[in-house]
Structure formats: C-alpha cells, structure tokens
Design a binder for this molecule. Sequence first.
Ligand code: FRU
Length: 469
Amino acid sequence: MEEHDLMKQAVQALMSGMPKALRDPHRPAWHLAPSVGLLNDPNGFIQHNGVYHLFYQWNPLGCDHRNKCWGHWQSTDLVNWQHQPVALVPGACYDSHGCYSGSAVVADGKITLVYTGNVKYAEGSRTAYQCLAQENAQGGYDKLGPVLPLPAGYSGHVRDPKVWRHQDAWYMVLGARDLQDRGKVLLLRSDDLRSWQLRGEIAGSQLNGIGDFGYMWECPDLFTLDGVEVLICCPQGLEAQAERYLNVYQAGYFTGKLDYQRATFDHQDFHELDAGFEFYAPQTTLAEDGRRLLVGWMGVPEQDEDYHPTRQYGWIHTMTCPRELSLQNGKLYQQPARELQQLRGTSQQWQGAADSAPCLPVDSAELLLTPQGRFSANVGDAIVLDWDGALLRLTRNNLRDGQPEHRYWRGDLAHLQILFDHSSVEIFINHGEAVMSARYFPGPQPLLQLGGDAHLALEHWSLAPCMLE
Ligand code: FRU
C-alpha cells in the first residue's frame, strides 16, 4: 500500500475505532496501549533535552502483524504521555512491507531513527535494509533511506538495529538468522551512521560455547551497566524446559565483556529477563540522570494472540511499565521506575494471617507484600500466584483451550511488589531479582483474595490513571 493510502485508512480506523476501544473494560489505566490496532515492540526509546520519546511497532488497521508503522509518544516524567505525529509509515521500495524495529540516537542535535525496512517478494522470499530517518521541525520524521543492505552469509532475517556511541564511533547490534538457520547478533561500526562496517558475530547459536540456541535472534540491545556489558536478545527456537523457556519465544540477557577491537563478547550464561507469560522485545535507554531504563512489549509473537478478548474492541497488547535496571551480584535487577509512585492514591496497610486478609480491589493497584510462610493470591479467579516455600507459581487458564497453564520462579522469597492494571500484572520479586509479567482478563472489578497460613505484612494503593493526550 502507498504511504498516504495507509495514513488515510489509519485516520478512518482511529475515528471509527476509538470509541469502541475506550469502552473495553480491559483497557489499561496507566500502561501504554495502542489507540486502535496492534502494538508490539517498543522502538527508539530515548531521552533528549529532558523529554522521553518512545516509539512503537503499530498496525493501525487491525489486530494482526501487518502494516507496521512507528507510532510515537513523548513524556517528561514517564507517567503522562502525549501522542506525536506517526513517525514512520511503510511504503518506500526499501520498507514496503513494514518499518520494523530499531532505535534512536541524537546526531547533529537531532533525533535520528535507525530502523529495519522489511521487503517481501511475491514468490515468498524477503530482504531487509537498515534505514535512517531524521527528526524535522514539525515533530515528524523524514526518511533518509537505506544505509545497509543484507550482509553476505545471512538470510533475509537481519533486523532490529540498536545503535549507540562508544568513544569516537557509532556501533550497532543487529539480530540475524544465518544461512544455516542459526540465530546471531552482529556488531557493526560506523563513523557517520551512513557507512557501516560489519565487525563480526559477537554472540549466537553455536558461538562462545553455548551450543544450539535457536534459529533466529531478534531485538538485540547492548549497554554497559556498572562496568559490565549486558547483551539483551530474543532467541527464537529454544526448547521448553520444565520451569523455563515456556513462552513461544524468549527474551533474556548475557553479561560479559565486549572487545570492540576484536569484535568478541566473552559472556556468561543466558538468563530469561522475565518469568511470566507475556514479555518480549524489550529496549533500554540511558536516561539523562544516569539510570538505565527498560520498556518491554507485554506480548509474545504468535502466543495465542488470536484469542485475546480485546480484539473484539479493536486493539491488542500493551507495553510493560518502565523499569530501572541495576546489576547485583552479576544478576540483572528490574524495578518499576520510581516516577510511577506518582500514581499512588491513599495507602492501606495490614498484617496478619493470609487466611484472614481483607479482599483488596486490584483494578488498578499496587501491592507490597512481605510473606512469611505459604500463601496464595487469587485475582478474580482469572490468575493465581502461589508460594509453597520453594516455588512461586503463576497460574491462569489458557486463552485458547481454557486449560490451566503455569510459569515458575524458584528462590528465597522475601518480598513482592505487584502492579495491577485491568488486564495485566507485573510481579517484582525481591526488589527486582526477578519479574513475572502477564496479561489476564478478569470480570468487572476483580478482588484479590489471599489465603494460606503465612503471616503477611502488606501495603496497598489504588493507582490513578495516567494522561495520554
Ligand atoms: C519482534 C519483531 C521484530 C521485528 C518486529 C516487526 O517482535 O518480530 O524482530 O522488527 O517485531 O513488527
């Protein structure tokens, strides 16, 4: 479709679709969601001159993975957001089948987007171009065209550039599937963002001693935290194990040491970033105050997307809340961005035996929980968290066949911080040692019912809606 035809149809989709989307009882109060249509990966997350910009993969015309544009929100506080002009619309010969994921940097004082132009051919093959677009005076983005075709030795699946500045050069990581169907992360270098040199594969399936590790790696992100390099990536094709790798595709990280000269990354084992049901394609940015912030997509490609009830209201998926990252004993910790405390209303505190705890409204709420002993927490019979002293288990009925499905975390449980927003829950374990993120679709005004013989200390807030204007 031509760019301007897609935009005409998007305007109509918004005009006719928004009243219905806003009536959906499962619409979040304070998480970012698409006005209409499908949202997937966060893109181009950056703070510039005090303003956060978050772009996102967006199909304005439907709840399927087509017509990928870059929507654009901005915020000064990570809580209240404003819609900006749609940044990228597919339709050029180098991005005809989608302006796929990418990142943002500031070059010559302007926000510059680096994204993947996805091109499909009639006979079924595809190619990908890494492309630039630059901020203009109207708050929109002008496409500058491709700067990198497919590198030799790879399939048409090379995408999701994440670019950063190191010393006197630009660096990019790209997700790739090679010609032997091995997922890889490529490192590239450039002096000017336009001419890129492939330096090598820094991680991947059958590299650095990790054996078979998936046929494609998507959405890499590489950054330094406390002097350690962290590589985030989303491998596809890992086999499910008893208590991990249970989603259709994974999102996780390696810590290690990147040698920029030799283009090698000496890394530790892979760890999943989230132990819940929905989490994928996260992206980080360095805030101006030095924090490393992360936003993820609270969805997973091809994971029962056809059965989400919000489709009847013409929209699907949300972002996670923004999270602050830190490294503690070599582990990546995630905590809700401190700005989210602005949403807290009046607080209610309670302690006693879990069995006699009050029922708590959790439409839009935050709960701090210090448990001693076994307990369970049931939200409107739509999702249940239980702790048996060794295993934390999250259970819901599968959207496709109604059968119970589980996700797990194992460790010493001391503290939980749980964020609820109509159809999502984010469970931060031990101040960020692990997180379980999930969508669930309860009846109206669900209550949280606690049970078990544990002694609990809890604090509860209802959370105010945030502004999205
Ligand atoms: C991850 C992903 C990316 C791609 C984008 C397309 O969810 O498949 O690899 O760029 O989505 O929307």
